[in-house]
Ligand binder design. Structure first.
Ligand code: UD2
Length: 327
């Protein structure tokens, strides 16, 4: 049987988060057993609503800081052999004020889980890395090898993710996916650190002016959630692919750059919001340009982000229209 046809038992840490919930939903739809872990530090129980009662889903409200976490879960669910590790402190500003906690959760706990996965003879361990691992490197597009020991990370978040990716990539089980700016349904628009797309859609639907920090000419590589989930399946060896098993560190972006002003214009056009943007001071520590080189994962796994920004925004907008919380 080909590897991707085997049904796997998958652990998803951070399962109540934006990305983790989409990943769990897809894994379940493909017939895999999913054991989800979350402590609701930044995840929300509502994100699991569509699969909470699925017979192949089991949920544990636990922190990844817990000792013997994978051992305990595997004892209860012996089919487990693949770990998608997404749980982390996800806010860069929070990490600035909580350096030790960020190192403990985003790095030390990752190493512990990886070592447990090795000991338990898991087949795969897939780690959620970040574009923050490149610091403010402006050699664009960013290639995986640019992040190294000499990189000046702008935050404990970036540093811990960098160390985590290095460690994971050094394991025979390990794949680290370095995500650029992910967007899509279920991304929380209401925290001060929410992604710009969720904020802009939320403001546009409220018929408010979109807030642009700085001159709006800063640019990002926005990648749609379903393309991210496809990348996860390939990294976990769970999707049909003629490619060899991949290991190492891979950027997950589109390779296309969009300025914040361009984004504001597209969202205004899609929502019919005619208000001019409101320009606010530049956000301290903001990176100017971020753009992924996407050749490595294309070569290793045949993956490309297939969703255009307009299509992704349309689908996200549709979801916010249906699910937007009242003020
Ligand atoms: C992303 C990640 C972050 C970390 C970082 C590493 C998200 C949500 N955050 O931060 O976790 O990995 O990359 O570099 O993916 N902006 C506005 N108006 C708004 C909100 C944002 O102009 O109302 C601007 C903001 O100043 C920035 C850009 O939009 O220049 C993107 O901001 P973001 O918070 O969505 O994401 P980013 O790239 O700062």
């Amino acid at each position: 049987m080909k590897e991707h046809q085997e049904k796997r038992g998958c652990v998803v840490t951070g399962v109540a988060g934006f990305v983790g919930s989409h990943l769990a939903e897809r894994l379940l739809s493909l017939g895999h057993e999913v054991v989800g872990v979350d402590n609701f530090f930044s995840g929300h129980p509502e994100n699991m609503a569509s699969f909470r009662d699925h017979p192949a889903f089991n949920f544990y409200e636990k922190s990844i800081a817990e000792q013997n976490l994978l051992e305990d879960l595997t004892e209860k669910h012996p089919s487990l052999n693949c770990c998608f590790h997404l749980a982390a402190i996800v806010s860069v500003p929070y990490s600035m004020d909580h350096e030790d906690e960020t190192m403990e959760l985003n790095f030390t706990a990752t190493v512990r889980l990886l070592q447990s996965a090795e000991k338990l003879q898991f087949k795969r361990f897939v780690f959620a890395g970040s574009a923050a691992e490149y610091g403010n490197d402006q050699r664009l597009p960013l290639q995986e090898a640019y992040a190294d020991e000499n990189t000046a990370h702008a935050s404990p978040y970036g540093r811990a993710k960098f160390l985590g990716s290095q460690k994971v990539a050094s394991s025979p089980l390990g794949v680290a996916l370095r995500f650029f700016n992910i967007y899509g349904p279920r991304q929380d628009p209401r925290s001060p650190y929410s992604g710009v797309i969720s904020r802009f859609l939320d403001m546009a639907l409220a018929e408010e002016r979109l807030t642009v920090f700085g001159d709006g000419l800063q640019a990002r590589d926005f990648v749609y959630i379903s393309d991210v989930v496809d990348a996860y399946l390939l990294a976990g060896g769970l999707q049909d692919s003629s490619f060899e098993v991949c290991h190492g560190i891979y950027n997950i972006g589109t390779g296309r750059s969009t300025t914040i002003l361009e984004l504001a214009e597209i969202i205004k056009a899609l929502t019919g919001n005619g208000n001019a943007p409101r320009f606010l001071p530049e956000r301290p520590g903001d990176i100017r340009f971020s753009l992924a080189s996407v050749e490595a994962f294309s070569k290793a796994a045949g993956w490309r982000a297939g969703t255009s920004l307009r299509d992704g925004l349309r689908a996200t907008l549709q979801w916010y229209r249906e699910h937007r919380p009242e003020e």
